[in-house]
Design a protein around this ligand. Sequence first.
Ligand code: ADP
Ligand code: MG
Length: 236
Amino acid sequence: LKELEKSEISNLQNLYDQVTSENISSFDDMPLSDRTKKGLSEFGFVTPTEIQRESILIALRGLDVLGAAKTGSGKTLAFLLPVLEKLYCKQWTKFDGLGALIITPTRELAMQIYQTLVNVGKFHDFSAGLIIGGKELEFEKDRLDTVNIIICTPGRLLHHMDQNPLFSSVNLQMLILDEADRCLDMGFEREMNGIIENLPESRQTLLFSATQTKKVKDLARLSLSDPKYVSVHEHE
Ligand code: ADP
Ligand code: MG
């Protein structure tokens, strides 16, 4: 079985540089693992939105992405699918610890992302956790050393980085900054900078924002390396 997966992975990786967004009309046309495709189809996702079509292929190639698209355009899958694929291609296990970190401004958004990840990631074996404060605090403390994908709010995460010895990001592969403009508007600039300074530099970073303010540009400069800019405007 492992051998089958290894050949699937090398086939996928060969496609990353060949497939272009014009060739894509459904998720089936994308170089995605069978596990991910099964998850997508089980939850009724057939046709990628524009931001998904434009950014997923770039992210699969391992490049940093600065994505601009308004609310409701489908940014969640635009970053969750590359996260799932990257960890799958690296055959990530609980022994590898934290592989991807997703930062979003509010508890509600974090919970929505978590649910989408649980759904679409159903056929993968990764563990996921929320760090959003509140009731889950004890659970957050215990499980932190084996969880593969963490979804968090900025203040809560920085608290863990400072106080919880179980939190380790040494193996981190991907950082996702979701709704970066809102994070900054809510006054999380110091927290975001503190978090980014504490993460390994070798990671891949995807930053999504509805607007491109000066603060977003500063954050992009701090967190991204040679990013590809993907901007999706509504055709009305
Ligand atoms: P954003 O983060 O850009 O505001 P979301 O990722 O939350 O957008 O997606 C908005 C809505 O669109 C959600 O209800 C989601 O399930 C749905 N959606 C996202 N991608 C697709 C798709 N490819 N096909 C159908 N529905 C989708
Ligand atoms: Mg969103």
